[in-house]
Structures are given as C-alpha cells and as structure tokens.
Design a protein around this ligand. Structure first.
Ligand SMILES: [Fe+2]
Ligand SMILES: [Fe+2]
Length: 195
C-alpha cells in the first residue's frame, strides 16, 4: 500500500517536472528537448571525450607493453577505439546534435592511473604487462558501464538506430575485456609471479 502511494507521488512529481521542461516533439514524434534528452546528450559528450583521449593513450600503452601479444591487443583496440569515435559522431548526427566533447573526469583519472603504472613498473617485465592489463580493464569496464546505460536510455527514448550503434560499441568493449583477461590468465600473471 505504502509503495503504491509512494510511486503515485513520484509519478505526479515527475509529471509536474516534465511539464516545466520545454518539450517539443520532432517530426519523428520524440521529445528532443526534454531534460532526459539533454542529460543523454551530455553523457554522450562525456564518453566522446573519453574515447578521444583513450585513442591517444592506447599507443603509449602499446609502446610500454613487454609482450608482443599485449602490444597487439592495444594496437587492435586503438583502431577499434577510432571506430567508437566515428560511431559516436554518427549518433550525434542521428540526434541532430553537434559532436562535442565534454571532459570526462573518470577517464582522465583512469588514464592518469595507467601512466602511474607505467612509471611504477620496469620496462621489459611481465609485472609491467600485468599492470597495464589492470589499467586497461578498468577503462573497459568504465566503457561497458557507460555504453550499457546509454543504450538503454536510447531504447527508452525510442532512438532505435542510436541504441543499435551504442550496442555495437558495447559488444566490442566486452570482447576487448575478455581478450585482456585471456592475456592475463594464459601467460602474463604466471610470468609476473616468477619475476
Ligand atoms: Fe571505446
Ligand atoms: Fe574500449
């Protein structure tokens, strides 16, 4: 009973809030000036910044890697990250929004941490690779969380094509995370433990 009353109150409150937002329906019938839409676009700008910085950081991580396998994984993901940037540009264009980057504090911090790991480990060691995998997986998990949520937002707003594009990137981030785990468990961690 209490829950019903609470949800009723929330509905009334959010309905009142929606009323105050400048909602205009586009030719596609979607609310493109709603607060939720603005929030969605803002978050897209955040991940756009993140991807644009990541694409510059990955070649540094590749250069720092000890094993050719990990270097190849970073090389592959640099190209994929470039695709993620282009996909986001497509998303902005579908939403008729300008592709703009907004500083992502989380990615800035994660990349700073990756730099710290390179500084704290010796070149040519497998401990370096274990550390790089740790840093890279933190990045991938951040991306997975972001794309997973943004895809659902797009679905909720009826942006089917946008949801599909975000879903493609999401799957690639997940595959990258799996590939990094494989590197770690197949040879990196064991070699690092023997150094
Ligand atoms: Fe990405
Ligand atoms: Fe990624």
């Amino acid at each position: 009973m209490a829950t019903t009353e609470k949800s009723k109150a929330t509905t009334t409150k959010s309905a009142a809030k929606t009323k105050t937002a400048a909602n205009t329906k586009s030719k596609t019938g979607k609310m493109e000036n709603s607060e939720f839409h603005e929030f969605f676009v803002d978050e897209l700008k955040d991940i756009y910044w993140a991807e644009k910085h990541l694409v510059k950081a990955l070649p540094k991580m590749k250069k720092a890697a000890t094993s050719p396998e990990l270097a190849a994984a970073f090389e592959k993901h640099t190209q994929e990250t470039q695709t993620h940037i282009e996909t986001l540009e497509q998303v902005f264009s579908l939403l008729e929004e300008k592709a703009a980057a907004k500083k992502c504090d989380a990615m800035a911090g994660l990349l700073e941490e990756a730099d710290g790991i390179i500084e704290d480990t010796d070149a040519g060691t497998m401990i370096r690779d274990a550390g790089l995998i740790l840093a890279a997986q933190k990045v991938e998990h951040y991306e997975i969380a972001t794309y997973g949520t943004l895809k659902v937002f797009a679905e909720n707003m009826g942006h089917t094509e946008v949801a599909e594009l975000l879903g493609q990137t999401l799957e690639n981030e997940k595959a990258t995370d799996v590939a990094l785990t494989e590197c770690a468990v197949s040879f990196v961690n064991e070699a690092a433990s023997q150094e």
